[in-house]
Design a protein around this ligand. Structure first.
Ligand code: ADP
Ligand code: MG
Length: 398
């Protein structure tokens, strides 16, 4: 179901209460923002709202302040950075709700921007308390939800306020929904899903749901070893979820039944320790991994097989790095797959926090059709779950 967006409403002169995701990493010492990606991701919507001559009241959470005021998690650095990016003043509030904030909102003129203090300074945010939501809702005439990263949580600032105000999607939210629904509901075939990361248990929901539509699933990352062990291979001291071996076998059976091709690596990069200065070897899975050695990346033969399979794909979803991409000697598999996707004509969608970080680290994020900005939210979307922070946005009338 399509959602209403900022384009479907008249914003002129209105007080627009916008939930963005400004949860940026901060430098522990200076308190300054170390990566402003999330602020930049919301600029399109912010600029549009301002062009429409609205008054913009922004809100977000930052970090985990445990429901009370904590200067460490103030949004002040965000106000400064946003002001630089917009090249106009962004008035920082000392509070999130209350008479002083209401007074400042009353003084606003079209084109003005206010940033409320961290919504998580109030326990009502995470509790989704109706009272806190109502206090927030008082500040606006319309609610714009652009916080995809929070969409898997029913909090007051994204879900609660929608009880009191019409809630519409911002451009970032709209783009996330468009790409993720496409791959979950109506992918163009051939459709290949690449899965990796640490644990099978983290990804069961994603595997089961995407298997309904995928033609092929390529498996890498540490979770490959649970699958390989489940079919009797010697995986040495690699990370294995012993209690998920039956599950891995049932996934293999289910894939067979559904005629989904499940492709497991045939070689891998092994070492005795997960660190950069260590002896590294490449072994064939048939040969087996010796005890004392662990697999940290897919091997070169596997990379070639995966590339070959991906060549004809029209839709590719990738969740979970192929190896320990954070450490140079184990980053090659992930890097090679990222390059392949970057140069592919297929629709390429990257989900998951670490997977997004990987393609960014390789400088390839811009070459993908879509890199989701929400780690947990994108996984739940791929699992086929209804996200509360999307359900609360008004459906477009047909
Ligand atoms: P995402 O956040 O994209 O969903 P995950 O959180 O599931 O991805 O997995 C990411 C992590 O998986 C990375 O930190 C990476 O180092 C780790 N990883 C990948 N392959 C291995 C492996 N063979 N052994 C140990 N860790 C691995
Ligand atoms: Mg992760």
């Amino acid at each position: 179901m399509a959602k209403m967006t900022v384009k479907d409403v008249d914003l002129k002169g209105k007080r627009v209460l916008m939930r963005a995701d400004f949860n940026c990493p901060l430098d522990e010492k200076t308190g300054e923002i170390t990566d402003d990606k999330r602020i930049r991701a919301s600029l399109d919507t912010i600029k549009y709202v301002l062009e429409m001559d609205a008054k913009l009241i922004l809100m977000s959470h930052l970090g985990r302040p445990k429901g009370k005021r904590d200067a460490k998690y103030s949004l002040k650095p965000v106000a400064r950075r946003l002001s630089e990016l917009l090249n106009k003043p962004v008035k920082m509030m000392d509070d999130t709700i209350g008479p002083k904030v209401e007074e400042s909102v009353k003084q606003m003129r079209p084109g003005d921007v206010i940033l409320l203090e961290n919504t998580r300074f109030y326990p009502g945010e995470k509790e989704n308390s109706p009272d806190f939501a109502e206090q927030l809702a008082k500040l606006g005439d319309i609610h714009v939800n652009d916080a995809f990263g929070t969409a898997h949580r029913a909090h007051a600032s994204n879900v609660g306020v929608a009880k009191y105000l019409l809630s519409v999607a911002g451009f970032l939210m709209e783009k996330e929904i468009r790409y993720l629904s496409k791959v979950v509901i109506s992918p163009t075939h051939p459709y290949i899903v690449i899965l990796g990361g640490v644990k099978v248990s983290d990804k069961i929901g994603v595997i089961k749901n995407l298997m309904k539509k995928a033609d092929m699933i390529l498996i890498g990352g540490a979770m490959m070893f649970t699958f390989l062990k489940a079919i009797g291979k010697a995986v040495g001291s690699s990370l294995v979820e012993e209690d998920k071996l039956d599950l891995a076998r049932s996934i293999i059976d289910e894939a067979n039944e559904k005629k989904v091709k499940l492709v497991l690596p045939i070689d891998c990069v092994i070492a005795q320790e997960m660190k950069s200065k260590t002896e590294r070897r490449i072994v064939d899975i048939e040969e087996g991994i010796p005890m004392g050695w662990k697999g940290f990346d897919i091997g070169p033969k596997t990379v070639e097989i995966f590339k070959d399979k991906l060549q004809n794909a029209k839709t590719i979803v990738w969740n979970g790095p192929m190896g320990v991409f954070e450490i140079k000697p184990f980053s090659e598999g992930t890097h090679a797959i990222a390059e392949m996707l970057a140069n592919s004509d297929a629709m390429t969608v990257i989900g998951g926090g670490d997977s997004a970080a990987a393609v960014e680290r390789f400088g390839l994020a811009d070459k993908m059709s879509h890199v989701s900005t929400g780690g947990g939210a994108s996984l739940e979307f791929l699992e086929g779950k209804e996200l509360p922070g999307i359900a609360s946005i008004k459906d477009k009338e047909m």
